[in-house]
Write a protein of this length. Structure first.
Length: 608
């Protein structure tokens, strides 16, 4: 969700803060603002819309302050307007707050403060928090923030500055990530390492229920109950170059094209072909528990849920472990049955998805062994699970996930093979799978060469407002993910379904010329998919097929065909999704849309 950047040090804060929130634009936002301390007073500018509007508002103003905060807001309480944008201030205009998350009891706090004569300008929960801090302020900002947060319920990542303490930043988190970048006589607080990496790679990660008070001379961390906390300094594991466009038009196409290298990095050191074994170091301590597992639950949201669904097929097919996939947002609010021998795997690109984090905590409290599959090193899920595996696909900036999805599926494949070998797979069977998996990066590279042909197909159907995506078996999740990619960034209605289910109702949707994407790679259900193609075609649907190279039959019955290289069936989702990612990308570009920042969406969802 929203982006936070705060700075205290010896440099002018304004340009550094603006640069920082620009690097967080990919997280999704609809307004932006900045506050700096100048000559003993707060100077605040904020604007609805893009950061460029904020830059226009402050053009020509040279703010010399060396301490400040900035924010990009994704609206929850109140419309995206100048007034509702952050930062928000206390009544005296001496304290400014930026906030990610939701203060759930803001109405009660609003009533409490109103009864004491305080008035409000915005519709936000954050202004209530700012006013509460100001109401409690008695000359010590850290104490006022701590006292206010004891009264607040909900989630937050906040950064607070005060004109009476001109070089001090107070930061705190509960459910919304905050990182402190450590420089030489300067510190940067941010909700994401992308805003920090240009200046330092030395960071600490605040945990839930912790706060930090920072000046140019140093910082100290405590719990909300004022118990000192010693934090370890970590190293950011990505470079500035990895989060820049590098000559590409959009981050999404850059990340699609990076997938061969991303998957090679994901698998590096994890496949030992000389001994035909899978090495997942992050799980080494719990391998025996995993082999004995009676049941696996995978919990995730969105694209990660689709990866988890592929994982269900893999774990049941290759490892013979009963597996089910749960939406994290539903898992957390019911009373899930966690029996002895249950393993819960949570999947999240950011490692901060609030619903997934809550599902993890629910499973852990009920006694499950918990594993995390995340991309961001040091993220909350990575720190709270019993064990886990990092994707190592590099930072993903585009809101619509591509290479992280492939990394998730790859790690689930490795996990299924590791358990399968210990449960029932023979060594020659494992060798066949590992050999096929090692070829996937080059096969993806070959598939990416069809980008221009896929663009032509997207041009043909650019005006279509309703699409169907159909698949069977391992490629039913591919249909779901392909449909999600198209609707995320092209804003057209797209529905993913099991191909066999269309005759149970959805076939009524098919009209003359409607684009219907069928994943028809050769496998155990190939003939059934061909029959589904005929069903759709006889009702006027236009068939766009994803098929295996060398398949001549498909050319005769499909309107358009995207070919992918041949591989073993359990690995086919790693290839069949590539044309669908490109199709969604080109469709959005041809419709003139902002591919990297689709409306209403955010990269890391840290509110309910």
């Amino acid at each position: 969700m929203c982006g936070i950047v705060a700075y205290t040090g010896f440099r002018r804060a304004q340009p550094l803060l603006i640069e920082g929130i620009k690097r967080l634009e990919y997280r999704g936002y609809d307004s932006a603002g900045i506050a700096t301390l100048n000559g003993g007073k707060l100077t605040i500018h904020k604007s609805a819309g893009r950061i460029s509007a904020l830059e226009t508002a402050i053009a020509g103003q040279t703010l010399h302050g060396t301490c400040g905060i900035a924010h990009t807001r994704w609206a929850t309480h109140g419309a995206p307007t100048d007034v509702n944008a952050h930062p928000h201030t206390d009544t005296a205009g001496r304290i400014a707050v930026v906030h990610n998350g939701i203060i759930e009891n803001y109405r009660a706090l609003h009533t409490f403060l109103s009864q004491r004569g305080l008035s409000f300008e915005s519709d936000t929960d954050t202004e209530v928090l700012a006013k509460l801090i100001g109401f409690l302020y008695k000359g010590d900002l850290e104490k006022a923030v701590r006292a206010a947060l004891r009264e607040a319920r909900g989630t937050y990542g906040i950064a607070v500055i005060c004109a009476d303490e001109p070089d001090r930043v107070v930061a705190a988190r509960k459910g919304s990530p905050l990182i402190i970048g450590i420089g030489d006589g300067e510190f940067i607080v941010a909700s994401d390492g992308a805003a920090i990496v240009q200046h330092t790679t030395q960071v600490i990660y605040l945990s839930d229920g912790e706060m930090a008070t920072i000046t140019p001379d140093g910082f100290h961390t405590t719990t909300l109950d004022d118990v000192p906390v010693t934090k370890e300094v970590d190293e950011l594991e990505f470079s500035l170059e990895e989060i820049e466009l590098g000559g590409h038009s959009h981050f999404m196409i850059k990340e699609i094209m990076e997938q061969p290298e991303a998957l090679a990095n994901c698998m590096r050191g994890r496949i030992d072909m000389s001994e035909d074994r899978v090495v997942l170091g992050g799980l080494a301590k719990y391998v025996r528990d995993l082999v004995r597992a009676k049941r696996i639950i995978i919990s995730a949201c969105g694209t990660a849920w689709h990866a988890g669904l592929v994982g269900e097929y893999l774990l049941e097919d290759l490892a013979h472990v009963p597996t089910e996939v749960e939406y994290a947002s539903e898992f957390r609010y019911r009373n899930p049955i966690i029996e002895d021998g249950t393993v819960v795997i949570v999947i999240s690109q950011s490692g901060e998805t609030i619903d997934t984090l809550a599902a993890l905590r629910e499973a852990r409290d009920k006694g499950a062994l918990t594993l995390g599959l995340v991309n961001v090193v040091g993220s909350t899920i990575a720190r709270e699970t019993d064990a886990g595996v990092y994707l190592h696909v590099g930072p993903e900036i585009g809101v619509a996930s591509t290479k992280a999805y492939l990394g998730q599926v790859t790690v689930l494949t490795l996990l299924a093979l590791m358990l399968g070998r210990r449960r029932h797979l023979s060594q020659p069977q494992l060798h066949e799978y590992l050999l096929a998996l090692s070829k996937i990066p080059d096969q993806i590279r070959d598939t990416l060469n069809q980008s221009d042909d896929i663009r032509r197909v997207a041009e043909t159907y650019r005006e279509a407002e309703n699409w169907l995506f159909l698949g069977r078996g391992y490629n039913y999740p591919t249909a779901l993910e392909g449909a999600l990619k198209l609707k995320e960034i092209s804003y057209v209605h797209a529905e993913g379904l099991p191909a066999a289910e269309i005759k149970h109702g959805p076939i009524a949707l098919i009209s003359d010329g409607m684009p219907v994407v069928l994943i028809a790679t050769q496998g155990s259900q190939y003939e059934k998919v061909i029959s589904n193609i005929q069903e759709v075609k006889s009702r006027g649907g236009h068939i766009i097929a994803v098929a295996t190279e060398g398949d001549r039959q498909i050319r005769e019955i499909a309107n358009e065909v995207f070919f992918v290289p041949r591989t073993v069936e359990p690995l086919s989702p790693l290839l069949s999704i590539i044309p669908l990612q490109l199709l969604a990308y080109h469709a959005a570009v041809l419709r003139g849309l902002d591919v990297d920042k689709p409306r209403n969406l955010a990269k890391s969802v840290t509110v309910e």
